[in-house]
Ligand binder design. Sequence first.
Ligand code: ADP
Ligand code: MG
Length: 364
Amino acid sequence: MSTTMTITPEPATTGGNGDKPILSVRDLHVTFTRAGKRIRAAKGVSFDVRPGQMLAIIGESGSGKSVTVRALMGLLPPSAKVSGSADLDGRELVGLSDRKMRLVRGQEISMVFQDPARSLNPTMSVGAQIVESVRTHRPIGRKDAAARAIELLKLVRLPAPEKRFHQYPHQLSGGMRQRVMIAIALASDPKVLIADEATTALDVTTQAQIMELLVDLRERLGTAVIMISHDLGLAASYADEVLVMYAGQVVEQAETSELFANVRMPYTRALLEAIPQVSRPSHSALTVIGGHPPDPSQRIEGCPFRPRCVRATETCVTAPALQEHEAGHWYACWHPVTGALTEGPASGIDGEHGVVEPEEEPRS
Ligand code: ADP
Ligand code: MG
């Protein structure tokens, strides 16, 4: 195997603290027009990701998670209007021509989706598909590309890679297929790897194995990983930093340990309470958030979570700005919850639970 094909591991930068961001997104807006209606799917999203860091983007279905990362990948339909800025290692992605975006996509930033069965070609061996991906990124011969493909299969810890290389997608389990998808996504040594609900279709054990693989890859390769999930529990277990989205906006963001120790946004708290926990009595194990997220084609007055939040007051008719209220901890709420989840069944969320914490003075 020639040396040009080896993947050089960079020093592990767990948490990525102190590094310059590899991706900086600022005030990203995505608006669709459908049947004369404006659908505002992302509204002023900002975040940074550092090399070797895993950022989780969390939120209920429809909160704008996929739209946000698809905007970065240039994967939205022409009906989408994108504004704002996304700096990938010094290159602005917003407004890039299709031709230039195709070069960046898959090369510097790649994505793994929920359904590996649908993303893979059923009529081609997995090896051939990885070879194809390797050869679109670098001008190397078939033999070298095949060697690199095997190397990638080893990198994603697919058992018996030489044998699997010749097999077809249907001969692999769901977890193995997702490993193949990750291998394809890594074929170009991307700086940023996005996993959009990449483990959602898998059983719990396989889900954990794929998440551990992503954690391991970000450490071994220094790749920045953005994982998208509706499952806050998954983020709690694996991500370095969590960004919570609601109705197209970032409503809370902090390092994972800080977020779970000091959750502030009633919405995040509700998502947390929806995670089944063995340590909690079964009657309090599952809270379903009452109501629905707002229709993105309707104009929202004030805090978008207001109609579902029992902590809401007239103050919330004025939209709270996303602010760094505590060091590294950002949230957009006039009436933040206080105390860790373990302190009691405090919720502040609409539904059967009601408010159990004393009302605080709204921040002004
Ligand atoms: P999620 O957080 O579940 O990934 P999405 O980012 O997929 O949510 O969607 C956010 C909002 O944008 C949803 O209301 C969705 O209906 C809308 N949306 C997504 N894609 C399109 C599209 N191509 N045209 C119109 N609306 C869209
Ligand atoms: Mg999605």
